[in-house]
Design a protein around this ligand. Sequence first.
Ligand SMILES: [Zn+2]
Length: 316
Amino acid sequence: MFEREIFHTVKQKIEERRTSAIDTAEAHNLEVRALSEEIATIDAELTKTGLLLFRTACAGGDITPIRERNLELQKKRREALLSIGLPIDYTEPQFVCKKCNDTGYDGTVMCSCLREMLVLENLKASGIGKLVERQSFDNFNLERYKNQGEEAYTRMCNLFKFVKNYAENFSLQSKNLLLIGTTGTGKTHISTAIAKTVIERGFTVLYDSAQNIVASFETDRFHSGYGEYTPTANKYLECDLLIIDDLGTEFVNAFTVSCLYNLFNTRQNRGLPTIISTNLSPGELTTRYEDRIYSRIIGHDYIILQFVGDDYRLGR
Ligand SMILES: [Zn+2]
């Protein structure tokens, strides 16, 4: 679900919006009272009728005449505002969201404005950044696979249906996926679309290259034992869905392999789904990484989705 820090930041943003709308309204009130003596007098009387209304209501008296006077004063005030060329709501707080008056909640239900801001912040934090504006399920072009032949086209149509359904029904019980295909076959587009959809459903998603992930573990190892240091790689072990881009482009040594093993294994044990995209074939993956990574983890627990590339007809 949405991370606590992000939630806190967004909630603060909404509160600032609300405060700013109220402050501006207050400044406008002072401004119009200085501009118009009539409004200043009306406001003074409105304060009095307001108090009187409250006292009378508490004492169980008849509030009808006071309420009528109050409405009359408000009408006069609106006219006075118009007469000095200002809109009638000039001194009202102008909230960005009229549904919740920038409180973030519509009654006890989270308002759509808060939800949308959470999605946006989570998208920014996920690592997909600007890609998300260009790449979604809606603009994935399946037609481009047609020139690869009927079989290839059908395969990509099925793959597309599968990943779209996967994203729309994502849960912590979802399977791990291995997206295989050469550069330019649509893996990144599909990964972004999955990330976007899963984030919109309220899960935490991280999207990063294998290279960055490994570098993050390296930094943590370097700093461990040197006073106060907050590890940066833990997020990869903890997010609801991790999407690893370009597995196979990172530098490989004993440390990086054990890092990746630890990453896959920990997520597996915690029941957190992972999606890996790679340009390498299963055979190449086996050669590149120790057997414990491919046979015991990827080959064992990942659903393999082969993307169709330009070299498809060459029998790859
Ligand atoms: Zn709202």
